[in-house]
Design a protein around this ligand. Structure first.
Ligand SMILES: [Zn+2]
Length: 523
């Protein structure tokens, strides 16, 4: 047996059981948030991270990697990227982990004050979506930002520590290191986001000026007097609900899990085993969001959901099952390290399936609307989808430019930079005289650094795959041929093919913003 294969066998033997233990402990801590489960999760994660920090194994991976080719070379690359960020002096690694969890804790404990009363994020969002009182809106928006002032110094300190770690590992800064371990080319990312800026600038400006007109009427002020709190969420990440299409009445009394099962069955996917292991309905003491987790890379795939009878819940269930069918779709015999997904590819599958709930063919065939009802809804739905893509793209541009600058120089004037980026990309002007670290109120900057662009890449690839399936087999809903194409070209290879080549193979073209340009033209 070659040295490379011996290392890979040893790595799997050591890492696979720890990975299963970590995933199970995470799952348990999410379905039942007890102190015991939290403690077991911490212990499992420490054991996992300890194994990845093994210097002796990492040195052998480095040595075997040069000259290794084919499937073994690919596995060594992935193992290298998995272990690299753990190859740090213990003291530095500990300081980063401690500071991250301290910031995280302050985010979960912090509550903003509105009218002298402490309120949570959900209530702040409700006010920004519904309230007609500008003073109350302003108070809610400002309350959403107070956590920023509380954590800003530590988020800046985290950026310094992360940069120190990145430099110790031979990279320019944390931004460059993160892209490298995610197999993302920095110049390609800059070019792609530049293109995304170019193709969305004009349609966004058009759409937003119509929005601003209607907001100025609603709030009885001039367009030039509109402030950040006149939009419908703290960061203007989503289009406001005004004039949007409300599909919820169509889902009254519907069994969303059954609709999802029906959707995947129509594409030739078997999801009973996933659903049987899942935890799908709201309950006290469990995570309030949704996710899909591959426990063992051998078919134990589970979804945590909080399913109710709404359109949003249907989109979420389809989204999570879009991750799930990917995880159970790896070809037989694929080695453990390759039985995994790249974030962009799995998010593309999830977004593609979630978006079915917005499509006429789904509303007609799965939900049972009549062709005339669908015709009435369809163009409005396309407009709403396009607006959501526009708003989201502009927001990703802010996040990416900000994080690039943050890691390039953590000491720079970040408050001013944030205001300039929000103005340039989102067309939202800061209130006169405001000086505050509003950037630090976005939890991802502290907790999920250098990650936001993968959402945009995933959305673009989802659009490319949808277009490719329409061309190849005429659509997606009730077309087992569409499921077969996804299974064969996207899911089966796992990570045996680098994500960018996988995208090209599955959608027929490399990642490009052309699909985004077509989609946002419908806004
Ligand atoms: Zn997802």
């Amino acid at each position: 047996m070659s040295a490379a294969l011996a290392i890979l066998d040893e790595a799997e033997a050591r890492l696979a059981p720890l990975s299963v233990a970590t995933n199970l402990a995470w799952w348990d801590s999410q379905v039942a948030a007890t102190e015991e489960n939290a403690e077991r999760r911490t212990q499992a994660e420490l054991a996992w991270s300890g194994a990845l920090a093994d210097r002796e194994l990492f040195a052998r991976v480095l040595a075997a990697r040069s000259g290794a080719e084919g499937e073994a070379g690919r596995q060594l690359d992935l193992l290298h990227d998995l272990m690299l960020t753990h190859q740090l002096p213990d003291e530095l690694r500990a300081r980063i982990v401690e500071l991250e969890s301290s910031v995280d804790l302050r985010f979960s404990r912090h509550r903003g004050l509105v009218g002298g009363v402490e309120i949570g994020d959900t209530e702040i969002k409700r006010i920004l979506r519904q309230s007609d009182d500008p003073a109350e809106r302003r108070e809610a928006w400002e309350a959403s930002k107070t956590v920023g002032a509380e954590v800003a110094d530590d988020v800046r300190a985290l950026a310094r520590l992360r940069n120190e770690a990145a430099r110790a590992l031979g990279h320019r800064d944390w931004f460059a290191l993160s892209l490298s371990t995610d197999e993302l080319d920095e110049q390609k990312l800059i070019d792609t986001l530049g293109e995304a800026d170019r193709v969305t600038a004009a349609p966004f400006a058009r759409w937003k000026s119509a929005l601003d007109e209607s907001l100025s009427v609603r709030f009885g002020c001039a367009v030039s007097e509109l402030c950040p709190w006149h939009y419908a969420d703290p960061f203007f990440q989503e289009p406001p609900p005004d004039g949007a299409v409300d599909l919820d009445p169509l889902f009254d009394g519907q069994d969303v899990v059954a609709l999802s099962h029906r959707t995947f069955a129509g594409m030739g996917f078997e999801v009973d085993a996933i659903l049987a292991r899942s935890d799908l309905y709201p309950r006290d003491g469990k995570n309030q969001h949704a996710f899909c987790i591959d426990i063992d890379r051998r078919g134990d795939v589970r979804i945590l959901g909080n399913t109710v009878s709404t359109h949003d819940a249907a989109e979420t269930m389809l989204h999570e099952l879009g991750h799930g069918v990917y995880d159970v779709g790896f070809r037989d015999g694929l080695p453990w390290l390759l039985r995994s997904t790249h974030l962009v590819a799995t998010e593309a599958s999830a977004l593609l399936h979630g978006a079915l709930s917005w499509r006429g063919e789904w509303l007609e065939r799965v939900l049972g609307l009549s062709p005339s009802e669908v015709a009435e809804l369809e163009s409005r739905l396309e407009g709403a989808r396009a607006a959501a893509l526009l708003v989201f793209t502009r927001w990703v541009l802010v996040m990416n430019a900000f994080e690039r600058a943050l890691y390039a120089d953590p000491e720079s004037d970040l408050d001013t930079l944030w205001r300039e980026l929000v103005s340039r990309y989102q067309g939202v002007e800061p209130p006169a005289g405001r000086r505050a670290p509003d950037w630090a109120a976005k939890i991802h900057i502290a907790a999920a650094p250098v990650y936001y662009h993968t959402y945009l890449y995933g959305a673009i690839v989802g659009l490319q795959l949808t277009a490719a399936l329409e061309n190849a087999v005429g659509g997606i809903v009730d077309r087992p041929e569409a499921g077969a194409v996804l299974r064969e070209k996207l899911f089966a290879p796992g990570q045996s093919i680098r994500w960018d080549r996988l995208v090209e193979q599955a959608s027929g073209s490399p990642l490009s913003v052309a699909a985004l340009e077509r989609a946002v033209a419908k806004a």
